[in-house]
Design a binder for this molecule. Sequence first.
Ligand SMILES: [Ca+2]
Length: 208
Amino acid sequence: MKKAIKIVVAVALILTILTFPGQASGSDTGIKYPATKTTQSVSPEDDVNWTNPANIGASNNVYATAALSYNQYTYRLKAQGFDFSTIPDGATIDGILVEIERKASVVNIYDYRVQLLNASGSLVGDNKASATWYTTRDVIASYGGATDKWSASPTVAMVKDADFGVVLSVYCNNYFGGTVYVDCIRMTIYYTEAAVAKEYTYCYILGA
Ligand SMILES: [Ca+2]
């Protein structure tokens, strides 16, 4: 019998190129503090200006303050110049979280306005002011969140603009008056990166 070497080789080379609609993934910028801290007098937020507004740029128990009498409003305290440069172009903004660390010397002092500023520095969207009295102990109050867009239709271009930001003003309903203290105003942006189609190449070698 003829020496036979039977070699059966079956090689199938299958190249399959599959295209998937890339997975969209949610991310956030982490907490950012404002580089620009100013005040603005606009009726009725025109009774008492803030002292040392620059102090809202860090959580360090060094405060912007305003001493209010009964039925007075603070000026607007404006936090702008957040660095959201890490958000990729083409992303979708999912939500905005604003955190304000503050206290008051007496009860019955509370928000009048907590509202975003758009890329023109103008008020936009919801006023999330709460009538909850400030406490005499420092606490961090949260406004918005990971899925809350403040009815402001935020875009990447908007939140990256130097004029984008948030405004706080405070009302005193305490008959004897009192002082409000703001340690910091900070912001976190939640976003989803644009889906990118990814190609996967699989190579199967079948042999026997
Ligand atoms: Ca501070």
